[in-house]
Design a protein around this ligand. Structure first.
Ligand SMILES: *Cc1c(COP(=O)(O)O)cnc(C)c1O
Length: 504
């Protein structure tokens, strides 16, 4: 299988090239030339396999230039050894059944307690294999902009991986205390973390600029370095995410919760559009998914887009209690546009140019119809998300984080508005203990805010006592870790920070 860029389908590369490079030379995103297909029989056969076996199968469909042994080694290295996921029989993506029609797909049992681990435990391994294939004499520098969770998961995934260094930029005032502490205490000899003035979009734009700067590229090449990305613009982040949609379907089948071929709906708390895009690909490959429900917080640019076909980033940016979804430019939407346009790279380039120049774009009617056939969208504010946390705890004794709460709210609104009671998998993206102030506040009705790490730890302790749900040990251990990174810079100083890190 070959990969082409959303902005230039003239040149096709192997998956190893797409993964090692991260982004295509003209700034587009790599996508498969055509999607593989799985039949219902093939899906049913996976019902009694382990998560790891399912992952090998799905990855094998996409990474056709990898050997089965290479894929197996990557998958086995990535999943099933965490202390937390061993509680679920080695399944890194267990399901919690909320009520007869609603299931929570818990993707946060990995080392950093957010769903980004699902992809970022695997990506560094895929990248090491890819780099050995296509650029054996190069060292890779991973640059990552984070809205909170990607940074830590990428640092953890790449720490001390031979031949790589990783630098993470986070918005100085845009992440929770716990998220920040996770990053600035990161261990490893090849890592660096820097706060950027501004919001996530500023950090992400800055990183994209570095990636496409020809002068910087040359400077790097002289030192034997090349950049790559651990953000979900990298295809190697998306394939691992397709796996868990197949896996949840197979688990529901194996548990007798659904019948063979029965369609399900999936609700995804969305920011950069990576997670929900993986669900869309799963549907295109053949997984029986009826509708995808895109859930947003007050930064509801995607809700408007899905409802109107107009994307407009010229709007205020809000810092919410679900910071990993505080995004106005959802990078992966570009891949959906490419798919909906039937692979029209000229059209996609035009839309992206318009977004850069005018801050908005409109899609043609034909694409809108296709969008409507598959996606619904809802959003809610912090207050409603808090009420949802409260409700789930009262009704089901289920504790969820603010991102998951946004999705749970959207699932409920979708059902109220459409009457469609199809079984719904709500994607749960973070441990509630990553956001103890918001979650405890929502449960008890108090107005809580943690200004310092000690306060955050105390609130987590209270939340544990109140709910009886155990805190992840990786978060408890943060307390003892020394802070290693205190650097910060303005957007235009990011280049200097990277060069200093690499000694250039
Ligand atoms: C990253 C993240 C999201 C958004 O996922 P996208 O793939 O960017 O849409 C939602 N919730 C949490 C907890 C996250 O870390």
């Amino acid at each position: 299988m070959k990969y082409i860029s959303t902005r230039n389908k003239g040149e096709a590369v192997a998956s190893a090239q797409a993964i090692a490079q991260g982004i295509s030379p003209e700034g587009g995103l790599y996508v498969p030339e055509e999607l593989p297909k799985l039949t219902l029989t093939e899906i049913n056969e996976m019902a009694h396999e382990s998560y790891q076996e399912r992952a090998c199968k799905i990855l094998g469909l996409f990474l056709t230039d990898f050997t089965q042994e290479e894929i197996r080694a990557c998958v086995e290295g990535a999943y099933g050894t965490d202390e937390d996921s061993s509680r679920f029989g080695g399944n890194p993506a267990p399901i919690a059944k909320l009520c007869p029609d609603t299931y929570m797909l818990e993707l946060w049992h990995g080392p950093t307690c957010a769903f980004k681990d699902m992809a970022l435990q695997l990506l560094p391994r895929l990248m090491a294999v890819s780099a050995a294939k296509v650029m054996p004499d190069k060292k890779i520098c991973i640059l990552t902009a984070t809205s909170g969770d990607t940074g830590k998961a990428a640092l953890e995934g790449f720490r001390d991986v031979a031949g790589t260094r990783i630098m993470v930029f986070y918005p100085r005032h845009g992440v929770s205390e716990m998220q920040k502490l996770q990053m600035v205490t990161q261990e490893g000899e090849n890592v660096s973390v820097c706060a950027v003035e501004g919001n996530f979009d500023d950090a992400q734009t800055g990183v994209k600029r570095l990636f496409t700067d020809p002068a910087l590229k040359e400077k790097l090449a002289k030192g034997g370095w090349t950049f790559s990305s651990a953000n979900s613009i990298n295809w190697g982040r998306l394939v691992p995410q397709i796996v868990y949609y197949f896996s949840v379907y197979c688990d529901l089948l194996a548990d007798g919760e659904i019948l063979q071929g029965e369609p399900i709906n999936i609700t995804v708390p969305t920011g950069n559009f990576g997670n929900i895009l993986a669900a869309y690909y799963a549907k295109e490959i053949g997984l029986p998914i009826r509708r995808l429900i895109c859930a947003s917080n007050r930064n509801n640019v995607l809700t408007d887009f899905i409802q109107t076909g107009a994307y407009n980033k010229k709007r205020p940016f809000y810092a919410t209690t679900s910071p990993s979804m505080d995004i106005l430019v959802s990078s992966n939407l570009e891949r959906l546009l490419f798919a909906l346009s039937g692979g029209d790279d000229k059209l996609v380039s035009g839309l992206m140019e318009s977004l850069g120049r005018e801050g908005e774009y409109h899609i043609p009617d034909g694409m809108r119809e296709k969008l409507d056939q598959c996606f619904s969208a809802f959003w809610c504010g912090d207050g409603q998300a808090g009420e949802e946390i409260h409700r789930l705890f009262e009704e089901f004794s289920y504790l969820c984080d603010p991102h998951t709460a946004v999705a749970s709210y959207a699932c409920r609104r979708y059902r109220e508005e459409t009457g469609d009671m199809t079984k719904n998998v709500v994607v749960s993206t973070a441990s509630p203990y990553k956001f103890p102030a918001s979650v405890l506040g929502a449960v008890t009705g108090e107005e809580l805010r943690a200004a310092a790490p000690e306060e955050e730890f105390a609130l987590a302790q209270r939340l544990e006592q109140l709910s009886g749900a155990p805190q992840p040990q990786s978060l408890v251990r943060l307390r003892e870790k020394p802070v290693r990174f205190t650097g910060r810079c303005a957007g235009e100083e990011m280049e200097g920070a990277v060069c200093a890190f690499l000694g250039l």
